[in-house]
Design a binder for this molecule. Structure first.
Ligand code: NDP
Length: 244
């Protein structure tokens, strides 16, 4: 069935791959981004070339007004109500131990990854109807802790697991499903922002499957959870980590 979905942070990486997979499935997609309008425009063009409606929507997920506007603009741009939301936008900062993390850094990580996700989830809960679906990006870091690297980021992703559990129980009676994926080491640009661009490739060889994952492999799982094929799956948190 054709759907209309909003994906936050879809100008690159896992969000971009999910937008293109959704377009392949015939779903209309709203592509949120924070800063890179050109990259978001390229995703919209690629999705449009696959014959679906697509629009780019600027907005910082940590700002309430931006989030509310993002949902309105998505529905206006696609010309229909949203059936699903992928809460994907997320950041990390330079690798270091907690003892060296500034309050400003901690605040920004939690603003974007936790407050941003909760605001997007709240708007989704207000707008989605029976049959709707939400997929939230957690991380294996939520289970592993990311010691010596990003315990702030890991904690923010632990909050995604808890949000998924709680919100799935709130929205289940309304016929709206809420699930999460926990990617492992995935080849995207997020690792460069931590100061270690080759992190996924370097550490991926030590996972049971012996390699890093791709954004497309995560997108497959996200779109399955969004789809009607997953109609009895809610409150699920699915590891996409090569067994890590
Ligand atoms: P990328 O860094 O490749 O992409 C991040 C995206 O988020 C970009 O589109 C960026 O847009 C957007 N973004 C950043 N800040 C904001 C903001 N404040 N508001 C709106 N959009 C924003 O990340 P990945 O694709 O690797 O990660 C996607 C999600 O998956 C994240 O939640 C991440 O934590 C999670 N994840 C990733 C893993 C990995 O190994 N890659 C592993 C586990 C989880 P712009 O450039 O325009 O600012």
């Amino acid at each position: 069935m054709s759907k209309a979905i909003l994906i936050t942070g879809a100008s690159r990486g896992i969000g971009r791959a999910t937008a293109l997979k959704a377009a392949h499935l015939g779903w209309d997609v709203a592509v949120n981004y924070a800063r890179d309008a050109d990259a978001a425009g390229a995703v919209v063009k690629a999705a449009g070339d696959l014959g679906v409606r697509a629009c780019a929507v600027q907005g910082d997920v940590s700002r309430e007004a931006d989030v509310i506007n993002m949902f309105s603009e998505s529905e206006a741009g696609l010309g229909r109500r949203l059936d699903g939301v992928v809460i994907n936008a997320g950041i990390l900062s330079t690798r270091c131990k907690l003892v060296d993390m500034s309050a400003e850094r901690l605040a920004r990580i939690f603003e974007v990854n936790v407050l941003g996700a909760y605001l997007c989830a709240r708007e989704a809960a207000r707008r989605l109807r029976r049959g709707g679906a939400i997929v939230i990006l957690s991380s294996m870091a939520a289970k592993l802790g990311a010691a010596n690297e990003y315990v702030d980021y890991a904690g923010s992703k632990g909050a995604m697991d808890t949000l998924t559990t709680g919100l799935s129980k709130e929205l289940g009676p309304e016929g709206i499903r809420v699930n999460a994926v926990r990617p492992g080491l995935i080849e995207t640009e997020i690792h460069a922002s931590g100061g270690y661009p080759a992190r996924a490739q370097d550490l991926g060889v030590h996972t049971p499957l012996g390699r890093a994952g791709t954004a497309e492999e995560v997108a497959e799982t996200i779109t399955w959870l969004m789809s009607d094929a997953a109609s009895y799956v809610t409150g699920g948190i699915l590891d996409v980590s090569g067994g890590r």
